[in-house]
Design a protein around this ligand. Structure first.
Ligand code: HEC
Length: 403
């Protein structure tokens, strides 16, 4: 029993930490991108070597100056921005392990996709994150990396290809969370392996009285821009587990492509907007809306229960009063072992997400949720662990359309 309490609160604590660290990281990243874009020439700073911006916050006025090269003598107090990133990655990694590797039969392994042992699933997950970073880093350092546009296209293709790979081995939600974790690993890797070490080298050169290698700053800037464009897509992927229509296996890589595009293009708008409101690229919103709409339509087209639901709608005329009875029996037979006040499923101590499906009144009240999670999509039962049949799902569809 104690292990249930530990699993539950452990997950809550890790997620709490992860969300807070990510807010701090993304918040500071947005702040500096905004500041950079808003800098204007300043008389004390030579042209092309930085700039200044004024901001007002919390009742005070801030005059912020940017020096592209470090000052001749370093200030006594120099704040580094790195722990937000490291903490986000570490807490995210442990949260991934806590939920997806420690409880993989519920969340990660879908035998209809691939039969894996928990150790193999975790090995593939962790190995792919490491391999993903290595491939990305080599790509950036290769001659191809000198062409920014080509690199962006290749990086985008790489992420989509990895999501296609994940969709071949993991459950839908497992595939999406790993695609997000891969992007996040690239982002934190950029901070840990490139941006911060390069800044340290620049400072060491200055302290030694030498001119720092300008390539170091250029490389750090390139990685920093990648991170900027990845922030919005990664956040969507991190919350995607709440949206079963987003984990539709057959079209999952296409959904990842559309959402990544939409997130990156919105970021692009804000980069332009902060630099100069009058030149903001408004087309970005249209492009993002089109991509998002396409993702919606695609997930609906590909939803595994779409055909049987449509068929049920066509049969609606032949009303059958026994329908509700049958639906309740199916839900009690396939869902209530977990979704009851006192679940009998090993490893589940309380109805997941507070959704109870044992009493008739509860089932009737949750009809919409049943439709979304067990009929239109096959998010529930998790990985079809209680073996609900296609006929039973079709019966639920009929019941839902007749209510
Ligand atoms: C083996 C246990 C188990 C069975 C059986 C099961 N579920 Fe679930 N259900 C879960 C878990 C675990 C979650 C929480 C998932 C998460 O954390 O995202 C959940 C979540 C849900 C949610 C809430 C989703 C959300 O994100 O708000 C609904 C609705 C749901 N289940 C419906 C069903 C239906 C309908 C069935 C039967 C067809 C079913 N479940 C069978 C374990 C189960």
């Amino acid at each position: 029993m104690v292990d249930y309490v530990i699993m539950e609160w452990g997950s809550a604590a890790l997620r709490w930490l992860h969300v807070i660290a990510a807010m701090a990281w993304i918040g500071s990243s947005f702040f500096f991108m905004h500041l950079d874009a808003g800098l204007r020439p300043h008389p004390e700073i030579p042209a092309g070597k930085g700039g200044a911006a004024w901001q007002v916050h919390g009742g005070g006025f801030y005059e912020m100056k940017k020096h592209l090269v470090a000052p001749a003598s370093l200030p006594a107090e120099l704040t580094w921005h790195k722990w937000q990133s490291y903490m986000t990655w570490l807490s995210g990694f442990f949260l991934l392990g806590w939920i997806y590797y420690a409880q993989s039969s519920l969340y990660l392994i879908d035998p209809a996709v691939r039969v894996l042992s928990p150790a193999a699933a975790a090995g593939i997950g962790i190995g792919s994150l490491l391999a993903g970073w290595i491939v990305y880093d080599l790509l950036c350092k290769s001659p191809l990396g000198r062409n920014e546009t080509l690199l962006a296209v290749l990086g985008f293709g790489f992420v989509v290809a990895m999501s296609a790979f994940y969709a071949q081995v993991f459950s839908g939600r497992g595939a999406l969370i790993h695609t997000g974790a891969l992007m996040a690993t690239v982002m934190s890797g950029n901070v840990f392996r490139i941006i911060i070490p390069n800044q340290k080298k620049v400072i060491a050169a200055l302290l030694a009285g030498e001119a720092p290698d300008p390539a170091l700053g250029k490389q750090a800037k390139q990685r920093s821009i990648h991170n900027n464009y990845l922030t919005l897509p990664v956040v969507f992927l991190m919350i995607s587990n709440h949206y079963p229509l987003a984990h539709t296996g057959a079209v999952l890589p296409l959904l990842v492509a559309l959402i990544t595009f939409a997130g990156a293009v919105i970021r692009h708008f804000f980069n332009g907007w902060h630099a100069d409101h009058s030149k903001a690229p408004w087309w970005c919103w249209i492009a993002a809306a089109l991509a998002f709409g396409a993702a919606m339509a695609l997930s609906w087209q590909a939803a595994p229960g779409r055909q049987s639901w449509l068929a049920a709608e066509r049969q609606i005329a032949a009303a059958n009063p026994a329908m509700t009875e049958q639906a309740i029996q199916i839900v009690q037979g396939r869902c209530s072992m977990c979704h009851a006040s006192q679940p009998v499923w090993d490893g589940i101590s309380a109805p997941p997400k507070g959704v109870k499906l044992a009493e008739e009144a509860d089932i009737l009240r949750e009809a919409k949720a049943i439709g979304l999670h067990a009929v239109l999509t096959h998010a529930m039962p998790p990985n079809n662990i209680t073996e609900i049949t296609a006929e039973e799902r079709a019966t639920l569809a009929l019941w839902l359309t007749r209510r």
